[in-house]
Ligand binder design. Structure first.
Ligand SMILES: Cc1ncc(COP(=O)(O)O)c(C=O)c1O
Length: 377
């Protein structure tokens, strides 16, 4: 049953269960065929109302904070592989409770905390910086000179501290398997000499396995090959790939205004509050049933409900003039979108819902005044 957007209250993020399960099936196939360990990176998607679906697939979890580790424990039923650029002393006791693996970003952090973790049986890793990344976007490149992420091969020296059981690196962004292959060549060249000492290598995220055209067989080959050659457990922790193209932000036109010949449809959602990557990255999202600007067709900017002057994007063309009450459906608004929303201006936070093949729309969460009020005092 295809989604009937008119059944869905506006504004609302809607996850399509069928699309989500397609992604989960594909990622599970990689996990089993290589075979490797795959973790869901909670930083990309933490809507735990949907976690019962994830639980059916047996993935682990990767956390970038104590809160994410605790959520993984409580709602996915697994201890997390945690990595954060730095750990705060006041949180260590709880991080210990909720983590099976921890990666340290620097040797000083390792020296400070390794003993406590190792005594509790938490597997210890170091985040290494291979000083290589293919990504064209500086904001997503953790290997630029001056980066705060990871230990370089020079800093590591020749001796690996005894407690270290694994290496963790993350340098890719929305990448294919060939980017991973290039990265592995550089990683092995720099850090390969330490592999005989290690139990695991966590190759981070940025593997957009579920993008159309991703060469799954090539990925499985290089992972299986790496594992066999080096005798280590291979771990991937993609975030985006799990919820890539699995849902929408449903919104409604509330008004149409015009200035200097530019028509803006003012919506019940906001780019800055509800689709922040559009402004931050930036990128122009797809709207169902609309196209990029086409001469002769009704063309509009989409304007956000907040007071930020820059809370708009342009321009889309539609088959018909827009009017108040029309639905505007933004595509692919799940990964890194729902986790990054704000309540700036006190604007209403979109609800969260699930569209299922058999029962249609199911409301998972609504936000109200108390959610807004409780956040800041
Ligand atoms: C350490 C680490 N692991 C995993 C991820 C997930 O990456 P992605 O969502 O691009 O797959 C990130 C993203 O920033 C990350 O920093």
């Amino acid at each position: 049953m295809s989604i009937d957007f008119n059944q869905i209250p506006s504004p609302c993020y809607v996850i399509d269960e069928t699309l989500l399960r397609n992604n989960l099936d594909l990622i599970k196939k990689v996990k089993e065929a290589a075979p490797i360990h795959i973790l869901v990176a909670l930083k990309a998607f933490s809507n735990w109302g949907i976690f019962p679906i994830f639980k059916e697939y047996g993935f682990g979890a990767s956390a970038s904070s104590l809160n994410e580790a605790r959520l993984a424990f409580e709602e996915l039923g697994v201890k997390a592989h945690i990595y954060a650029p730095v750990y705060e002393e006041k949180k260590i006791a709880d991080i210990l409770k909720y983590s099976s693996h921890i990666s340290f970003n620097s040797l000083s952090q390792f020296r400070k905390y390794a003993e406590a973790f190792s005594q509790q049986g938490v597997s210890i890793g170091l985040r290494v910086n291979p000083e290589f990344s293919d990504t064209a976007f500086d904001i997503y490149n953790p290997c630029k000179p001056g980066s705060r992420f990871g230990i370089t091969v020079e800093q590591l020296g020749n001796e690996l501290p005894e407690e270290v059981e694994g290496f963790h690196f993350h340098t890719l962004f929305e990448a294919d398997s060939f980017a991973l292959e290039r990265l592995l060549a550089v990683f092995l060249n720099r850090f390969g000499k330490f592999l005989p000492r290690l139990k695991w290598v966590n190759m981070g995220g940025g593997h957009l396995i579920t993008r159309t055209g991703y060469d799954i067989d090539h990925l499985i080959r290089i992972l299986a090959d790496f594992k066999d050659k080096h005798g280590v457990q291979v771990i991937l922790e993609p975030g985006s790939a799990f919820t890539y193209n699995t849902g929408y932000l449903v919104s409604t036109v509330l008004d149409i205004v015009e200035n200097s010949g530019i028509k803006t449809a003012i919506l019940d959602v906001s780019f800055t509050c509800h689709m922040p990557d559009c402004l931050e990255m930036p990128y122009k999202p797809v709207i169902l049933g609309a196209t990029d600007e086409q001469a002769g067709k009704p063309t509009y900017r989409m304007g956000g409900i907040s007071c930020l002057a820059g809370d708009f994007m342009g321009n889309w063309s539609f088959e018909k003039e827009l009017k108040p009450g029309d639905r505007i459906i933004f595509d692919d608004m799940i990964h890194y979108t729902t986790v990054k929303t704000t309540m700036f201006n006190g604007v209403s936070h979109p609800s969260i819902g699930l569209w299922t093949e058999n029962s249609g729309f199911k409301l998972i969460k609504e936000f109200n005044y108390q959610d807004y009020k409780n956040r800041l005092s």
